[in-house]
Design a protein around this ligand. Structure first.
Ligand SMILES: *[C@@H]1O[C@H](CO)[C@@H](O)[C@H](O)[C@H]1NC(C)=O
Ligand SMILES: *[C@@H]1O[C@H](CO)[C@@H](O)[C@H](O)[C@H]1NC(C)=O
Ligand SMILES: *[C@@H]1O[C@H](CO)[C@@H](O)[C@H](O)[C@H]1NC(C)=O
Length: 351
């Protein structure tokens, strides 16, 4: 009997492991098929990404209306063309981008000149030492948003100084500062190195739930890297953002904060909705990890504490020093001192 037990044990474990793998495979498959299901229901079109159009196609057809009383823009913009041609071979100069976008006003603000926009969207981009990426993004994002006939403004939230980068806190600052300018319908939390590839990916919020937009990035072979992924590009209404108490201020360096945010969404009784994979295509401008944004070693620690901390660490504990707010030609530059990571674990995480 004894002998059978000792032989049986590893065998049993092996079966257990096998069942576990099987379980994950089945779950994963069901998960991804759900996405395709919602895709085929909500959008019958099958996009062919080998046929792309220039992002400035037809934009100049829409010049200012001659009357003062503007009609609402149509619910579906007539300018949308689908997959767009995106390349990073030449870095466009700011002068060239400016010339191509004559209707963008100082501060990166745009209102359709020929119709009354239905949505007001603020784009918030956390930033430091990424000027080349920024130029690529501005070159593509301005015409992209104009194709969708939105009223929009592009904000750069620039972290001053040399302390470790804090993406999530910069976004909190962006939300607070941008809402001083206007009652935005929708806040886009946008990485500087991600370029949307399909203009049917409308930069408009879901009324009920936080929405994830970069569901299919080229870096991940146009698939989700994992099921709860919430990084890259996402959007919330100001109400949704406040309901989850914004983002955590305590993630310094690369990684973890997007998972924390995904948790918060659930704790607040919400869920994440996603742009269908076939529309949520994004290209990433490649780069090496840079100085001042090293991997956050404490991120797993922080994640474990997330259920207890989300109500205390966020918009209601946000402190920062606004250094400047400059209206550049193609964006608003909000430069901010967000403080520094605590030096040891005894110091408070609040900066
Ligand atoms: C946009 O341009 C294409 C040609 O590139 C043309 O076929 C199409 O009709 C134009 N669309 C509008 C709304 O003018
Ligand atoms: C940041 O680092 C650069 C070079 O590494 C240095 O020249 C600069 O003075 C530093 N700035 C601050 C605010 O410490
Ligand atoms: C934003 O403003 C800050 C402070 O003036 C400046 O150091 C930074 O270079 C600016 N960033 C860009 C991209 O213009």
């Amino acid at each position: 009997m004894n002998r059978i037990r000792t032989i049986g044990k590893p065998c049993f474990l092996l079966i257990l492991a096998f069942l576990q793998v099987l379980f994950f495979v089945v779950m994963y498959r069901r998960g991804s098929s759900k996405i395709f299901e919602s895709f085929s229901k909500r959008n019958g079109e099958n996009w062919d990404y080998s046929k792309v159009k220039d992002i400035y196609t037809n934009l100049t057809l829409f010049t200012p209306a001659l009357t003062n009383e503007l009609q609402y823009c149509p619910p579906k913009s007539p300018l949308l063309v689908g997959p767009l041609s995106i390349t990073f071979q030449n870095i466009p100069s700011l002068k060239r981008i400016l010339k191509k976008n004559p209707y963008v006003k100082r501060g990166g603000l745009y209102t359709p000149p020929h119709c009354q926009a239905r949505y007001k969207t603020a784009i918030l981009i956390p930033h430091r030492n990424r000027e080349m990426h920024l130029r690529h993004l501005l070159y593509y994002l301005h015409p992209f948003l104009q194709r969708q006939q939105l009223h929009y403004r592009i904000y750069l939230i620039h972290q001053a100084g040399n302390e470790t980068f804090n993406r999530a806190k910069l976004l909190n600052v962006g939300v607070r500062e941008s809402l001083k300018d206007e009652d935005w319908d929708c806040l886009f939390l946008h990485d500087v190195d991600l370029i949307p590839e399909n203009d049917h990916n409308l930069y408009v919020c879901d009324e009920t739930y936080p929405k994830h937009f970069s569901s299919a990035m080229d870096k991940f072979n146009y698939r989700l890297p994992y099921w709860s992924y919430f990084g890259g590009v996402s959007a919330m209404t100001p109400e949704q953002y406040m309901k989850i108490n914004g983002f955590p201020n305590s993630y310094w360096g690369w990684g973890g904060e997007d998972d924390d945010i995904a948790y918060r969404v659930r704790y607040a009784g919400l869920k994440i909705v996603r742009v269908p994979l076939n529309i949520g295509h994004y290209k990433m401008v490649t780069h090496n990890t840079d100085k001042g944004n090293e991997e956050n070693q404490k991120r797993f620690d922080l994640l474990v504490k997330s259920p207890r901390r989300w109500k205390e660490d966020g918009m209601n504990s946000l402190e920062y020093k606004l250094i400047s707010k400059r209206l550049m030609y193609l964006f608003t530059n909000i430069t901010v001192d967000v403080g520094a990571a605590p030096k040891d674990r005894k110091t408070k995480t609040r900066s």
